[in-house]
Each structure stands twice: as C-alpha cells, then as structure tokens.
Design a protein around this ligand. Structure first.
Ligand code: SAM
Length: 214
C-alpha cells in the first residue's frame, strides 16, 4: 500500500475516519449498501472493457469493489484517507485483486502521479468537501486523472438531503452544479435522483451522474 505525507489537518481527518472504520462494522455504517443497482446502471452505460482502469474514490469499505471483482473487472484502484478502511478492504477482497492508495483527495500527493484512468467513481465523498479550495483541488485532480474519452460517476447528497453525515457538514449537489464544477471538458451522459435507505431505515437523497470527458 502507498501512503502520502500528512499535514496537521490531514492527520486529524485521517484519525477521524480511521476511528469510524475501527469502531464500526461495515454493515452498521450510515452509507453501507447492498443494492448497487443505481451505480451499475451508470457503470454499464460506459460499456468499458473488463480491463479498463477504474478508480474508486474514498472507497472506504464499499461492497462496490467486491461486485466489480465478481464481474471480472481486473484493473481496480481503491483510494481513501483511511488506511484502516483500505487494509480491511484489501483483506476482504484479496490484496492481489486491487491496488490501494492512501491519500487526501483535497491535498493529493500520490494520486497526482498515477497513470490516467478510464473511470472515476465517487459515491458520498466529494460532498464532504465544503471549502472552495478543497473542491478546487478535488476537481483539478479529477480532471488531470481521467483520460480523454474516460468517464466520471459522481453520486452525492442532493439538495433535498441531510446537511450532515457522520457528524460532518456537507455540501449538497444537483446536476447543474456538478456540470458547472466539472466544466466544459465533460459532457453529461445521464443523471437521476435516488433515495437511499440507511441501515437504520432513514432515507437519504442522492444525485447520481455520469459524465464523459471530451
Ligand atoms: C461516507 S464514506 C463513503 C465510502 C464509500 N464511497 C461508500 O460509498 O461506501 C466517505 C469516505 O470518504 C473518505 N474520505 C473522507 N475525506 C477524505 C479525503 N479528504 N480524502 C480521501 N478520502 C476521504 C472516508 O474515509 C470515507 O471512507
């Protein structure tokens, strides 16, 4: 596993997320899902081959990686600020099946240097970046990392959803805002709202979007 250098605030954030993943089984997390159909609706529209280079952003303990492996996708990268989450994930799915990168998306050190990807998937990560500079850094990394003709899936809390998750404030999105943040190099392919049911039974409203890079 590769690891980046830390600033003080990144250390706090890393500690925060490491605690979350140390103290909770994945099935209890407020973002755990068993129904991946909205995500695969978009993944399938890309028609990418099984050897496509796919990065899962802020992967945490997501079962999306298990499912991509089951479907024979063979070039998967999972990145997160929490090495605990990524260690657990790699142990679960088999270290040989994914590459893991520990880095901060808002101040990337290692991710800046990776080979471009065919597909960038982010569910429930971007919306934690409430500060304009963090958002700018995230979108700059995204733009530089996705290949021309590559795809981006962003699934974030929409403007009807909660304003906090896991005790942290959120920045809510809609299709127009995501289009604006991505800029003219990306074309919208599909977009829909989706109501996610948490393990507690509470509902959260997401906007799911698929973009193609020109
Ligand atoms: C709500 S969870 C979503 C996890 C996963 N995408 C899913 O759908 O199950 C948010 C994830 O973002 C990660 N994260 C938060 N801030 C981050 C940052 N600055 N850089 C990288 N990962 C971050 C957390 O560790 C956590 O795994």
């Amino acid at each position: 596993m590769s690891t980046s250098n830390n600033s003080e605030s990144e250390k706090n954030l890393k500690e925060y997320w490491n605690n979350v993943y140390t103290n909770n089984p994945k099935e209890k997390l407020g973002w755990f899902e068993t129904d991946l159909s909205p995500m695969f609706n978009l993944v399938n529209q890309t028609k990418l081959p099984k050897e496509a280079r796919i990065i899962n952003i802020g992967a945490g303990s997501t079962t999306l990686i298990d499912e991509l492996i089951n479907l024979n996708y063979s070039n998967l990268i999972a990145t997160d600020i929490s090495e605990i989450a990524l260690n657990n994930l790699a142990l679960r799915v088999g270290k040989e099946n994914i590459k893991t990168i520990v880095d901060d998306l808002t101040n990337p050190q290692l991710l800046k240097h990776i080979e471009p990807v065919d597909l960038w998937i982010d569910r429930a990560v971007l919306h934690f970046f409430t500060n304009p500079k963090e958002q700018e850094n995230y979108f700059e990394l995204l733009s530089n990392t996705v290949k021309s003709n590559g795809y981006v899936i962003l699934a974030q809390f929409n403007t009807n959803s909660a304003k906090f998750c896991s005790g942290l404030p959120l920045f809510q999105y809609d299709q127009e805002l995501l289009e604006k943040q991505l800029g003219s190099s990306f074309t919208l392919v599909d977009s829909f709202n989706y109501t996610y049911t948490m393990p507690s039974g509470d509902k959260r409203e997401y906007i799911y979007t698929l973009f193609k890079k020109k």
